[in-house]
Design a binder for this molecule. Structure first.
Ligand code: PBG
Length: 331
């Protein structure tokens, strides 16, 4: 050191705690672990087929036989839970989503098979009509509007039939009013007291769902979802939705999407003692993959930084298409 240096007289030098990797890990505040990850998966009819989703490189729709292998693979990496989404044939779709509660439907058969083959994996099922709706909406359509209470009746049937098939937790993603309470009552009346509800409480009308709708061929046939999903400009309204879902019996509340809504995750975490989930959605996945394929970002570092930021914001659980990749990186 040059003798001419005039040393600052600083009581605090934050860099002291960043000097070495050991020091940095000693004072690390947030830890991403495989225990926090939920892996969303897509199932389709047929045998021995897998189709890559063009806007989601590395993510496939699987027929049930191959999906079981994919889930076993994920479980071997330490992933404890999956969220299941079906691709439904067009001729099975109708306005009221009746296929959604067919006891022999694709979702129901898939749940049974997973619980039989890999019972330790937690199966979380999506409750909403869009994959089953001829209009691609989350509810029943009448004169261009989405009916609330009529839809909730179908959602209850859907949730009960998923519980009957063996789902550990149902996840209503539809944003109809009053559905959490109705589903809780429906499950209890059918004796499924132990089936939990992971509520998509603060679900925004987001452009980040585009690739997911490609995967399920479930894009709305008219209009958009702004009469039921939330306005991205609002945050107090997220608290209102969360408060209602908790009062109605939600076990876990969720914010969706995640990355553009870290402030919402943070507010909800402060508001409730329930576990808070965040959904790192398809568009967030697609952006990282696209930039990485162009060589514009360091994919692995960006993934870890992004998911860590969600935990730092307050997410206890993260639904992410990166689940397997992250589990590998964390090993
Ligand atoms: C449907 C549903 C959507 C997603 C999960 N459940 C799409 C939508 O609301 O249009 C999106 C997930 C993603 O983008 O990864 N109820």
């Amino acid at each position: 050191m040059s003798s001419t240096t005039e040393y600052l007289s600083l009581l605090h030098r934050p860099r002291r705690l960043r000097r070495t990797p050991s020091l940095r890990s000693l004072v690390r505040e947030t830890q991403l672990t495989v225990n926090d990850l939920i892996y969303p998966v897509f199932v389709m009819e047929g045998e021995n087929q897998q189709e890559e989703i063009p806007s989601m490189p590395g993510i496939y729709r699987y027929t049930l036989d191959l999906l079981l292998k994919e889930i076993a693979d994920a479980a071997n990496l330490g992933i404890k839970a999956i969220a299941l989404f079906p691709l439904i044939a067009t001729d099975k779709k109708d306005n009221a989503g009746t296929e959604s509660y067919n006891p022999d439907g694709l979702v129901q058969r898939t749940i049974k098979a997973i619980k039989q083959e890999i019972p330790e994996v937690i199966v979380i099922t999506d409750v909403a009509l869009d994959p089953f709706s001829s209009y691609g909406h989350d509810g029943i359509v009448k004169d261009g509007e989405i009916l609330n209470d009529e839809t909730v009746e179908v959602l209850v049937k859907q949730a009960v039939s998923q519980a009957e098939a063996g789902a550990d937790m149902v996840a209503p993603s539809d944003m109809m009013d009053g559905r959490i309470g109705a589903i809780r009552q429906g499950l209890d009346a059918a004796g499924y007291f132990d089936v939990g509800i992971l509520a998509y409480s603060a679900k925004y009308a987001s452009a980040y769902y585009g690739p997911f709708r490609d995967a399920l061929e479930s894009a709305p046939q008219f209009g958009d979802k702004q009469t039921y999903q939330m306005n991205p400009a609002n945050s107090r309204e997220a608290i209102k939705e969360v408060a209602l879902d908790i009062a109605e019996g939600a076990d876990i509340v969720m914010v969706k999407p995640a990355l553009a809504y870290l402030d919402i995750i943070c507010r909800i975490k402060e508001y409730t003692n329930l576990p808070v989930a965040a959904y790192n959605v398809s568009g967030e996945y697609a952006m990282v993959k696209a930039a990485a394929q162009k060589g514009w970002i360091d994919e692995k570092k960006v993934i870890l930084e992004t998911l860590t930021s969600m935990k730092r914001a307050g997410a206890d659980l993260i639904l992410t298409y990166f689940a397997k990749q992250v589990a590998l990186m964390l090993q």
